[in-house]
Design a binder for this molecule. Structure first.
Ligand code: ZN
Length: 149
């Protein structure tokens, strides 16, 4: 189990140091900004959605290793997913992090599973979910800025 934990940590460190899909997306049609005042994490999520499919997803911002790694992993997971699949992924991810019982139809987390260990650090859960809350806002074109508070 500790080997798995080390592997998970390596993936998180790798994604925080070399975040994927980082930088603005020129041809986006959805966008939202998120802020986690508990930690100071700040990010913008850009999406290109066509026919209800997320064709491209990018983010930019400044934050701690967990928030950056989570945003990086999220953008990788989103590409090619329908908006409904993205929301289902968020629900499953959120359940794992908060220790809530998984819904019976929970979708597999795939690589996002590496962040499951964050549930042991309640103060960091909002770092891990910030990108997803921001994604949710972007999909729904809510007010431009969301806060985890
Ligand atoms: Zn943070």
């Amino acid at each position: 189990m500790s080997d798995l934990r080390d592997l998970y940590q390596e993936v998180i460190i790798d994604h925080s140091r070399r975040p994927r899909n980082c930088g603005p997306l020129a041809r986006h049609n959805h966008r939202a900004e998120g802020f986690n005042p508990l930690c100071g994490d700040q990010l913008t999520v850009y999406l290109k959605v066509a026919d209800d499919i997320i064709e491209d997803a990018r983010f930019e911002g400044t934050g701690c290793a967990i928030s950056t790694a989570s945003a990086s992993l999220m953008t990788e997971a989103l590409k090619g997913q329908s908006t409904a699949q993205a929301e289902a992924l968020f629900a499953a991810f959120h359940a794992v992090l908060t220790g809530a019982p998984a819904p019976p139809d929970a979708v597999p987390l795939g690589k996002l599973q590496v962040l499951a260990g964050v549930q042991e650090f309640p103060a960091r859960i909002k770092c891990a979910t910030l990108a997803w809350h921001t994604l949710h806002a972007a999909l729904h074109d809510h007010a431009p800025a969301v806060s985890t508070e």
